[in-house]
Design a protein around this ligand. Sequence first.
Ligand code: UD1
Ligand code: UDP
Length: 380
Amino acid sequence: LKLLTIIGARPQIIKSAAISRAIKTKYPTLVQEVIVHTGQHYDREMSDVFFEELQIPRPNYNLHVGSGKHGEQTAKMITGIEAVIETEKPDCLIIYGDTNSTLAGAIAAAKVHTPIVHIEAGLRSFNKRMPEEINRILSDHVSTYLFPPTQTGFDNLLREGFRADNAPPYTVDNPGVFNVGDVMYDNSLYFSELAAGRTDLLERLELKPGQFLLATLHRDTNTDEVDRLTTIFEAFQAITTSYGIKLVMPVHPRTVKQMNALLDARLFQTVQNNPNILLVPPVSFLEMTLLEQQAKLIMTDSGGVQKEAFFFEKPCIILRPETEWVEIIESGAAVLCDATYNRIMEAYAHFEHFPIRSVTPIYGDGNAAERILKIVLASL
Ligand code: UD1
Ligand code: UDP
């Protein structure tokens, strides 16, 4: 059986490691995985590093679409993926998450009737101003196999008319919906020990375990709106100064670009001169996992990072007005602070007094990828 995997953005490359690993260990002869990299992310530290570190097979195709406006970028991807489907004639196409690469795969495959497996289906922010929300909804509604990573994702799909009791054979008009857990939990468990050994990074950055904050930022609303970008950096500045704590921030290329373009020169300089703020290039997944394991608290607008904060039982300040991962908020392990100065400061003070201790696992048992393959292979 031939599975065609579409990846392109950093988190998708990482997610795909779990499925590639499960294919290699469980179905090395039955399944042939053909990987298409759209080229949405292309810097070494946004792409290549993950293939090397996470033992992901090299892509069979790279479409090299690069950056661009939504329509232009997605259109190039659709054209490229359509051609690969024509050549490879896969039995199904796997898409991950909610990026433009996800949507492009969905549109290309749906029109030529190739069954779509959507991993991380069903998540909703209920905010259609997010490009990701559009990508998710459209991709889900042309998929044949939908794998929400949480009960909330599963319930969202039922509310949109999907049925839990469809029987195989599954088709786009009779799709199968299964809550099997989160492939990112598989990965965090699998790579956790390996990451814990990477302590040379802490030495290099002069960080002491448990005594630093970790931050990431890349959502378009936060990077492209000057007021929000400014407020977030003012809050980082205030926290690191008044609490005398270090903060390490692996900076997404989009954010580098926008900090240079939008941030007031004085604030930018203050941040750069602050010895407690370490702005570093994006790090590898193992390095990121180590930073998450060892941080005191995490501040982020990333979907993946807020969840990993939860996996490693770290309090999280979410720099967004809403989240698709509502369970984390309900557990008390994270607070939605948007890009609001007072809310960020209050949440930080709260976690100083009430650090979280343990959380109930809600993302499966670390075997989501194997379950996904079992379901798909049994009914293709
Ligand atoms: C994309 C996804 C977002 C996901 C994020 C993960 C969409 C609409 N957005 O956002 O859902 O959370 O990836 O990181 O698909 N750039 C580089 N080098 C790179 C990649 C990007 O310099 O290797 C810069 C370019 O200036 C580019 C900008 O980053 O224009 C944005 O990249 P893009 O892939 O369009 O969106 P992301 O913000 O990365
Ligand atoms: N990540 C990484 N290096 C970094 C920043 C993030 O390996 O410098 C990983 C992180 O651990 C998570 C994933 O990238 O697994 C999240 O990707 P991102 O924040 O880009 O996108 P999102 O999850 O918001 O779509």
